[in-house]
Design a protein around this ligand. Structure first.
Ligand SMILES: CC(C)(COP(=O)(O)OP(=O)(O)OC[C@H]1O[C@@H](n2cnc3c(N)ncnc32)[C@H](O)[C@@H]1OP(=O)(O)O)[C@@H](O)C(=O)NCCC(=O)NCCS
Length: 129
């Protein structure tokens, strides 16, 4: 079953946080994390802080649920505002061959990604969001 934190999904705005796993290179270990799925705010409502609030509230909700990290594939100029850094820093790869700087991770708990490396395994459901 796919469980997710949906901070907001209206006609004007949407953001989803989906549980995913990072599989170690040898395939013998799995680390649970969260994927911040495509975020969007209607053009006429952009630049009013809505996107930023959705992300911050979502990250806070993930932290309260006990998650230690979040992964995002997105604009490398936007997400670093919220603390995201290239996932390559931890040896975490994406399965899509995306540009390195666009595949980012954030530790919600200090050191949560230490010793974690591998490839993110997205569930099939991710293709529908
Ligand atoms: C990215 C997006 C969700 C931001 O929503 P928002 O409500 O406008 O965000 P905020 O108001 O909190 O922040 C706006 C700031 O982000 C910046 N920003 C928006 N999109 C950006 C991008 N692609 N790259 C860098 N900065 C970006 C704006 O320039 C603005 O900067 P400022 O505060 O210095 O003026 C929105 O622009 C959007 O829906 N874009 C189209 C869909 C998209 O590209 N989604 C991201 C998929 S990864």
């Amino acid at each position: 079953m796919l469980v997710f934190v949906m901070v907001s999904h209206t006609r004007q705005r949407r953001t989803l946080f989906l549980p995913i796993v990072i599989k170690s290179g040898a395939g013998d270990k799995e680390y649970e994390t969260i994927s911040l799925a495509p975020l969007s705010v209607r053009p006429e409502l952009q630049k009013q802080g809505i996107g930023g609030r959705l992300i911050k509230e979502g990250l806070e909700a993930c932290k309260k649920l006990g998650y230690g990290s979040v992964i995002v594939l997105g604009h490398p100029e936007y997400y670093p505002k919220f603390g995201f850094e290239p996932a390559s820093k931890w040896g975490i790869d994406d399965p899509f061959g995306a540009p390195e700087e666009a595949f980012m991770a954030l530790e919600l708990k200090e050191g949560a990604l230490e010793g974690v490396s591998g490839v993110v395994d997205y569930p099939e459901e991710f293709n529908d969001v």
